[in-house]
Design a protein around this ligand. Structure first.
Ligand code: R1P
Ligand code: URA
Length: 284
């Protein structure tokens, strides 16, 4: 007999749906677009042929339907990797745990996850209102250190760790990369790069309003280590995908060029462009 997960561990709502996402296994497609902003969900699903499922709880909004005949979901994650901890565990539970019996299934199912977000570039030459696909990611949010078996190393991570000068935050770092066999979807993107994911928008990303951040040269230093852009979710999406056996790729709309002090003059227009660009590529 398999061990049953206790009610306190795999928490379900009264209708049997997973606790935060408020979804049943039949409510999601195998291809899922993840966006941060709940308002971006209808902006994506308006392109679907039809939407069959609309469910939400807190910041997690999901629409599932079909596009050119293929089943697809779009879901908002809200901001930050702490939300990604919930999204990835509950999405995985929907496909790899028998929710009725609360037992882990013997057969594994893999999801294709497409983060479609916004970011700030720290490479002065990466222009706003363009798409940047993440190949390597470094998480400075520490989340994956709470999971026993997460380990990842490649040439990028080795060289980054060797040169990273901030001893205070070094213990938080973890790394991951895209699902190589999903990279073909976005091979014609304007930019491919290395992303840093942070547990905040202001000092963690080197922004200083009334409070000082760690170092005035933070952006330049990270760019010198090979980082192209900053955002707040991809490290955990990529790392959980590796750990749980799913496939993920991120493309972000560059809305700020941090080195030049520029912000998009019309990020709604470039968001629309990004949505159409992604939908054209991930569903043939
Ligand atoms: C910060 O403004 C938010 O925008 C970015 C960051 O990762 C963070 O979630 O992504 P989204 O536009 O997908 O939310
Ligand atoms: N999202 C971020 O997290 N940072 C930026 O600079 C822009 C969008």
């Amino acid at each position: 007999m398999l061990n049953k997960l206790a009610a306190s561990e795999l928490v379900l709502n009264d209708d049997g749906s997973v606790y935060h996402l408020n979804l049943l296994p039949e409510d999601i497609a195998d291809k899922i677009i993840l966006v941060g902003d709940p308002d971006r969900v209808p902006k994506v699903s308006q392109y679907f042929d039809k939407v069959d499922i609309k469910k939400n709880k807190r910041e997690f909004y999901t629409h599932t339907g079909t596009l050119r005949g293929e089943r697809i979901s779009v879901m908002s994650t809200g901001i930050g990797t702490e939300n990604i901890d919930i999204v990835m565990n509950e999405l995985d539970a929907l496909v790899n745990i028998d929710l009725k019996n609360k037992e882990i299934k013997t057969e594994h199912k893999s999801l294709e996850l497409f983060r479609m977000g916004t970011c700030g570039s720290v490479n002065p030459d990466v222009q706003v209102d363009n798409m940047l696909v993440t190949q390597n990611v470094v998480g400075l949010d520490g989340l994956m250190h709470f999971y026993q078996d997460y380990q990842f190393e490649n040439e990028f991570s080795k060289s980054f760790l060797e040169k990273f000068p901030y001893d205070k935050i070094k213990p938080m770092l973890y790394f991951a990369d895209w699902a190589e066999d999903m990279a073909y979807y976005y091979k014609d993107a304007r930019y491919h790069g290395n992303t840093a994911t942070f547990p905040g928008f202001y000092a963690p990303q080197g922004r200083q309003l009334r409070l000082k951040s760690l170092d005035d040269k933070f952006l330049e230093t990270l760019n010198d280590l090979g980082i192209t852009n900053f955002e707040m979710e991809t490290s955990a999406i990529y790392a959980f995908s590796k750990l749980l056996g799913h496939k993920a790729i991120t493309v972000n709309n560059v809305i700020a060029n941090r080195r030049r002090g520029e912000f998009s003059s019309d990020h709604h227009a470039s968001e629309k462009n990004l949505i159409e660009w992604v939908l054209e590529r991930i569903i043939k």
